[in-house]
Design a protein. Structure first.
Lengths: 288, 299
């Protein structure tokens, strides 16, 4: 167990420029600071092009910092050197639209890719694949199905299983629920919540869906133009209504509703994020 | 401070020879004229046999590059990659030609190493040829978007349509292929990253080719699938917008050559013609002999 005060991931003054040294260079990150502690779920929100994905790709060393540093369990990503593979297994990264990156013919083989690369014996690989698939709600029998014949939601859960099979300490997710249908989204969210209860697990989620953030994240970082403009607990971040709206973001629909009511003169509290609480508050108004 | 670049940013390698919109005079020049002049330039750079004409062409290309308002260092960057390659080729040229041709005057001889005036010229000329062609092509690609390029090729090939040559289809196919390169590079980058983050290593053990190729195999299949998917989407998008092939199709970009364009063409042709003239008049062999004579007299 790590001491609670050492962050599992720490990002220090990170800069990144795409296509540096060419005529098309674009500044993507401009001095980002971020800490993720064990057992914590951190949300990252920001408009398209704010550098979210670039930041996430830094967290397991897919992109090396051009300036600044990324520390995994207190050790700089540069010091991991040839052991970068270990970092990539400790910090499991689930990409945007991960279902596009399934490449094995059979579902089971795709999940086994990580454990096999970790050098496990076939029997251990089998156990890990089974556990991971069951964790994401895919029957172990699915291992013999053709990857191409799964539904979008199943493919995405399969891709998640591929990462979970490596048993990472930190799970980094880029837009995990984008383009899923409501039931697919709910399934995925409950899988993620379930995964956190395994203990000593941290999570980083980038999303455009504020409801996902409310449901999953303890703390939120707001990224705009390559910088963190706001970071606080989830409840507190959404109280900065104007800042979020100005930056092309949104607050959860429930909160939007309450803001609408407030504008029309109803005395409602604005620190409510879930539908149940909001319903209670509105009922209170109705009764009064 | 710059550190090691990401091992996956393939797009970096693609940016050499990229269109850089600055809206300069060069960019506004009719692309058909740029295509014609580009072709003539490459052709003449190949057939010239004289250093002075190579210098004329080089000066013209550098003048053209300065007109694009793109930093010269970007054009030179592509040369830097092939510098060693060029020097080696030139050296081979310089030392092998004397063995094959006799009759040229000998400048240097030690054992089997011989340099004649002709071999020296052809060696240096080889470098100049490459430089002219590479800079000429960057001049062209900096100032011409692929759309313009394709349109002008289609335009220039149109007369051949009468004898059944599929000019439009050819242009379209070429256009789509070029468009797909960055898309596929991006997809490959994503796939490599996804596999690397599940423990595949593409990074070290640079020289183990078999291993490297084996690591590339799991990329090929999904890349193939993705490109078919992209192609399918493209077909649907084109069909849904009633694409029927080239017949009776009008164009958004109307190429229109004005007086300035024709003047540029004339000046460009004049420069190339003068370079060719100098070459065929064989001026610089005499010039070099003269310089050589004076140097030997001096010492």
């Amino acid at each position: 167990m790590t001491e609670p005060d050492i962050p599992v991931i720490e990002v220090r003054d990170l800069f990144h420029t795409y296509l540096a040294g060419t005529a098309l260079e674009v500044d993507s990150l401009r001095g980002v600071h971020l800490k993720v502690y064990p057992n914590e779920a951190v949300g990252i929100i920001g408009p398209t092009g704010s550098g979210k994905s670039t930041l996430l790709h830094h967290l397991n060393g897919l992109i090396r910092p051009m300036k600044g540093d990324v520390l995994i369990k207190g050790t700089s990503i540069f010091q991991w050197g040839e052991h970068i593979k270990e970092v990539r297994m400790k910090v499991g990264l689930v990409f945007q639209n991960p279902e596009r990156q399934l490449f094995e013919q059979f579902a089971g083989d795709d999940v086994a890719f990580g454990p096999r690369n970790m050098g496990f014996e076939p029997e251990q690989v089998r156990v890990r694949v089974k556990e991971a698939m069951e964790m994401v709600g895919l029957p172990f029998l699915y291992k013999d199905r053709l990857t191409s014949q799964l539904s979008l939601g199943e493919k995405r859960r399969l891709a998640l299983a591929g990462v979970l099979a490596m048993d990472p300490q930190v799970l980094v997710l880029d837009e995990p629920t984008a383009s899923l249908d409501p039931s697919g989204r709910r399934t995925l969210l409950s899988i993620l919540t379930q995964w956190r209860t395994l203990g000593d697990r941290a999570m980083v989620i980038a999303s455009h869906n504020m409801e996902d953030i409310v449901e999953l994240a303890d703390r939120v970082f707001v990224l705009a133009n390559g910088k963190v403009i706001l970071s606080s607990s989830t409840g507190d971040v959404f109280s900065h209504y104007d800042v979020l709206i100005q930056n092309g973001l949104a607050v959860p629909a429930v909160l939007e509703l309450l803001h609408g009511l407030k504008k029309r003169g109803y005395p409602v509290s604005l620190d409510i994020l879930t539908a149940q609480e909001a319903a209670k508050a509105i009922k209170g108004l109705y009764d009064a | 401070m710059m550190r090691e670049k990401s091992e996956f940013e393939h797009l970096i390698k693609l940016s050499v020879g990229q269109y850089i919109p600055t809206g300069s005079v060069m960019h506004r020049l009719d692309p058909r004229i740029k295509v014609i002049m580009g072709a003539l330039l490459v052709l003449s750079a190949i057939i010239i046999g004289s250093l002075i004409s190579a210098l004329i062409l080089l000066a013209a290309v550098i003048f053209g590059l300065s007109l694009t308002r793109v930093q010269l260092k970007l054009a030179l960057a592509s040369l830097r990659h092939m510098a060693i390659f060029l020097v080696v080729l030139a050296l081979i040229q310089i030392f092998t030609i004397p063995q094959l041709h006799s009759g040229a005057s000998m400048l240097f001889q030690r054992g089997i190493l011989k340099i004649t005036d002709r071999s020296l010229i052809s060696g240096i000329l080889l470098i100049f040829r490459f430089v002219v062609i590479v800079l000429g092509l960057s001049l062209f690609s900096f100032s011409t978007s692929t759309t313009e390029l394709i349109h002008s090729i289609e335009h220039l090939l149109r007369p051949l349509q009468k004898i059944g040559f599929p000019a439009h289809e050819l242009a379209l196919t070429a256009h789509i292929s070029i468009r797909f390169i960055p898309i596929l590079a991006g997809e490959a980058e994503q796939l490599m990253k996804a596999q690397a983050s599940r423990g595949a290593d593409f990074a070290y053990r640079k020289w183990n080719f078999i291993r490297k190729i084996r690591k590339m195999l799991p990329l090929l299949v999904p890349l193939f699938v993705v490109s078919l998917k992209h192609a399918h989407n493209l077909i649907e998008a084109m069909e849904s917008r009633c694409y029927m092939g080239g017949k009776g199709r009008t164009s958004l970009i109307r190429l229109h050559a004005g007086l300035g364009d024709y003047l540029t063409l004339a000046v460009g042709c004049a420069v190339i013609a003068s370079a060719l003239l100098v070459s065929f008049a064989d001026i610089d062999r005499t010039a070099l002999e003269w310089v050589w004579k004076n140097i030997t007299i001096l010492f």
